[in-house]
Ligand binder design. Sequence first.
Ligand SMILES: *Cc1c(COP(=O)(O)O)cnc(C)c1O
Length: 383
Amino acid sequence: MSDKRIGIDWRSESLAAQALGRIDAGTGAISPPIHMSSTFRRSPDYAPERTYIRDENPAFDQAEALLAELEGGEAAMLFASGMAAASAVFMSLKPGDHVLAPTLMYWSLRNWLTGYAREWGLEVDLVDMTDLAAVRDGLKPGRTRLVWIETPGNPLWSVTDIAAVAALAHEAGARLAVDSTVATPVFTRPLALGADLVMHSATKYLNGHSDLCAGALVTRAVDSEWSRLRLVRASLGGIIGSLEAWLLLRGMRTLFPRVRQQAATALDLAQRLAAHPAVASVLYPGLPDFPGHAVAGRQMAGGFGGMLSIRVRGGRDAALAVAASVSLWQRATSLGGTESLIEHRASIEGKDSPVPGDLLRLSVGLEHADDLYVDLDRALRGI
Ligand SMILES: *Cc1c(COP(=O)(O)O)cnc(C)c1O
């Protein structure tokens, strides 16, 4: 959004705070009306226009436009969940197409890709996306249609070089999609680094209050692939509810201060926990000795996110005991809300999980850093 009188473009923070500054023409309302209608009146000549909620919905427009602005994309689409958005990307491909995805990534999507998507006819290979030679070897030029990455990636927060993987993917004739749920547009803009699509679980930081389920895709260009994705959303019906779209827009107004504060607290905790005698290691891209730190420094501007993991001395039982004895941290899955969450991922994922048994995943909320540290410190010391 630009102000033509003074010839400047407002920054992302300003656009988010005002939800693009759109004022309802009929009433002057600063907070937008909620459109609940499922159908829209047609003109007598049946001109192409809005018709039905599953195809297009005015209740989505403002949140989609804001997210497209924040990511620097041409358009965005909301979905009923992050999984609906991600699976739409894969369902827009054709049986026999080859895709490359990370060995470690969001668990439910990895399961879907190696189970359902393979049965459905996609050829899915998993590689370590932090190893560019492995990515190059995994690509099948002319056959690989899509490379999927997640950075920082669950739950080790491994950092993938978006620009480098985009170059490799494009050389092989493939497109690059980035699950940017954890980085958020506050810290990373994958499209500017060469990605073609950005995916978000808007359930997490974009909404930020652990009170709705939503997903989103943002595209670099409105092209034939984007039209196909729109068709997938309309046909499979994974659309977000009108009320949820409104709530998501409200959540996005505070995205920047929330996420910056969460990242500052996460860095503080990562530094303190790295020196804790009961902690074997801290996984956080903001720590200088973290393997992906240099790449993160290049592609994440202003912070390293609000997610970290710790590996507890004493193994699985010790980790479970810590998670069992915290009081301020809440034992729950998900991430990106105002309340801090702790989770023993290996227990959630079951016996085939590649996640170490001594690992606890931490989603840092908006509580005071000292309170969060004291609570963890007590649990780690078994007090
Ligand atoms: C939660 C999550 C998803 C899935 O999103 P839902 O909204 O739960 O469907 C995908 N990727 C990442 C990184 C996530 O954290």
